[in-house]
Design a protein around this ligand. Structure first.
Ligand code: KG4
Ligand code: ZN
Length: 346
């Protein structure tokens, strides 16, 4: 089975072709960074227009990379929510048009499910598993029992962790996108210089909170003398912030693992997914934690943690295999929680 996946929910215009035996045949990502940089964040209207301009070319390049034509495909999958709705519509309508003209099945993929299932493309991961989903807008622990079957265990009560990275980077003048900029700055910084708080650490359950940490970073910046932040101060703040995030996530993961293990003693796997999972320091910290408690920690390679078409194509494969296709009148959804997905009956 060969599926084309299209991703247009934020500022990456991406497409990929993936097979059901887990080969990525073509994978093209066009990042709209330059279009949005001057605004310090993603501008939805600009993103939608850029997707419209570039998507056809991205799909053509993906087919060329795979050395295939549309006739080789068994299905077309596209992110159909959640995300910036203008971009989502561009991708979904393109996929529907291709499916209609070629009489192929269309799969409306939930972007978060794309992240959630990527580990099954890159590694041998069986259901059930514990998922820590950490992206720009989402920050949750979920139990994953099948495609379309997600149980929310806990999540952030305020900011998503990716959002905290982005906002802190902005305050430090490190630019956009914030996560990679903070990680790069942190490499030369002193993680012990600023004693930032560890919100929710030790609390029962596995909810999270990051807005207090963000406020502490703002205060630390304001308390420093001088008009602008020196590179070494920025590095120390970045390193101290990242260490606080890692500490909090490790604590919250320990709680989530205990809870998951009680219900699914055969699971023993933590999957980390979403853009923030590209962070090396976090990957190392959580891998270490898992080793201590006898869990396997699976994190896809960084390029498959941040938004890409392969994750959407793979979610398409997983759904097609179960006969889960969508009608062409499927309405793209700006908001679409994983817990509202449809799967097959257990
Ligand atoms: O999954 P993703 O690419 O897009 C969404 O679905 O939101 O996640 C983007 C988020 C952004 O907040 C970005 O700053 C963060 O992931 N991110 C990182 C890193 N790379 C991306 N955060 C920390 N360290 C990184 N290396
Ligand atoms: Zn994403």
């Amino acid at each position: 089975m060969i599926v084309l996946g299209i991703e247009t929910s934020c500022d990456e215009t991406a497409a990929a072709i993936v097979t059901d035996d887990r080969r990525i045949m073509g994978n093209v990502i066009y990042s709209q960074l330059d279009e949005h940089k001057a605004f310090g964040g993603v501008v939805p209207e600009i993103a939608a227009r850029a997707h419209l301009d570039i998507l056809e070319d991205v799909i053509r390049r993906t087919l060329a990379e795979a050395d295939m034509t549309v006739a080789d495909l068994d299905g077309i999958a596209a992110t159909s929510g959640p995300g910036l709705i203008g971009g989502v519509i561009v991708g979904a309508v393109t996929a529907k048009a291709m499916a209609a003209t070629r009489n192929l099945p269309f799969v409306a993929v939930n972007h978060l499910e794309g992240h959630a299932l990527t580990a099954r493309l890159t590694d041998d991961v069986a259901f059930p598993y514990l998922l820590l989903l950490v992206s720009g807008g989402h920050c949750q622990f979920l139990t994953v029992t099948a495609p379309g079957r997600y149980t929310l265990m806990g999540g952030t009560v305020d900011d998503a962790v990716g959002e905290a990275f982005d906002k802190c980077a902005k305050m430090m003048g490190l630019g956009f996108p914030g996560g990679p900029a903070v990680e790069a700055a942190a490499r030369t910084g002193d993680a012990k210089r600023f004693a930032f708080p560890r919100p929710m650490k030790g609390r029962a359950g596995c909810d999270m909170s990051f807005s207090g940490l963000k406020t502490s970073v703002r205060k630390a910046i304001l308390d420093l003398p001088g008009e602008s932040l020196s590179a070494s101060d920025a590095a120390d703040i970045a390193a101290s912030f990242q260490a606080a995030v890692a500490d909090v996530l490790a604590d919250r993961c320990a709680h989530a693992i205990a809870e998951f293990d009680e219900k699914h003693p055969d699971g023993k796997t933590l999957v980390i997914a979403g853009g923030v999972a590209a962070n090396t320091a976090l990957r190392e910290k959580l891998t270490g934690l898992c080793a201590l408690v006898g869990f396997r920690c699976v994190v896809p390679p960084p390029a498959l943690c941040t938004d890409n078409g392969a994750m959407i194509a793979w979610a398409g494969v997983e759904r097609l295999r179960l006969g889960l296709t969508n009608d062409l009148d499927f309405a793209p959804r700006p908001r679409w929680p994983l817990a509202e997905l449809e799967g097959v009956s257990p």
